[in-house]
Design a protein around this ligand. Sequence first.
Ligand code: COA
Length: 214
Amino acid sequence: MAPPAVGADGTAAVQRWSWWLRVVTLFTEPVHAKRSVRAPPDPVLTQRLVLTPVGPDDVDDLILLYGDPVVAHWSGPWTRAAVQGWAATMATRWTVDGVGKWMARDRSDGSLVGRGGFTRIDLDGETVLELGWAVRDARTGRGYATELGRAALAWAVEHRPDLPVAAFTEVHNRASRAVMERLGMRPAGIIRRAGLVEGRAGVQPDAPFALYRL
Ligand SMILES: CC(C)(COP(=O)(O)OP(=O)(O)OC[C@H]1O[C@@H](n2cnc3c(N)ncnc32)[C@H](O)[C@@H]1OP(=O)(O)O)[C@@H](O)C(=O)NCCC(=O)NCCS
């Protein structure tokens, strides 16, 4: 759109120009507000980990992680296409919601430790930040999930204090529950969703999950 021509009366021309600017702003502001696209935030550093927003470049590392037997037991099995889809969704979540899961790598050598952090979800009508984690089988039992969880909680206080934090896992996932408890989260009841049931084979549609809140 061309700006209005400058007339003999300079003041009137400036007024007309600023009127045009207001019109343009009126039409463009809602478009930007609706899109609300933001750049993924900077990596988060913990004592031993570097946390980076999950994106399409992480597919190979995610396939390694989800291929570990214990991780696969609780969160798999995953096909390559499913991992690609999840990584793409996470990249979108970061740009649209401003929050998502991180990859966790060793600060000292960049080796893969796991993934974790938040997903903004609707939990029975309430918008919450769901906190989760998965650590490579060979690196469990060394406090990595707790370290990641602690960093995530600190990040949420700074970046998303408006949203409550919740975490949930199958009632018999004792390692994951132990992490929630070490982070100071409290049991908040049982919810039902698709998952594992102790003593039964395969994913059940209404498995009991232990819900924790801060
Ligand atoms: C759950 C998981 C992320 C924990 O990772 P981690 O780095 O080993 O966790 P941490 O070392 O920070 O803490 C592990 C805690 O679980 C406890 N734990 C480990 N295995 C356990 C078990 N079988 N039963 C009870 N507690 C167990 C550890 O003792 C420790 O607690 P403590 O320090 O109070 O003793 C990891 O086991 C994993 O990736 N599991 C598969 C994926 C998964 O289940 N993700 C959660 C889905 S909601």
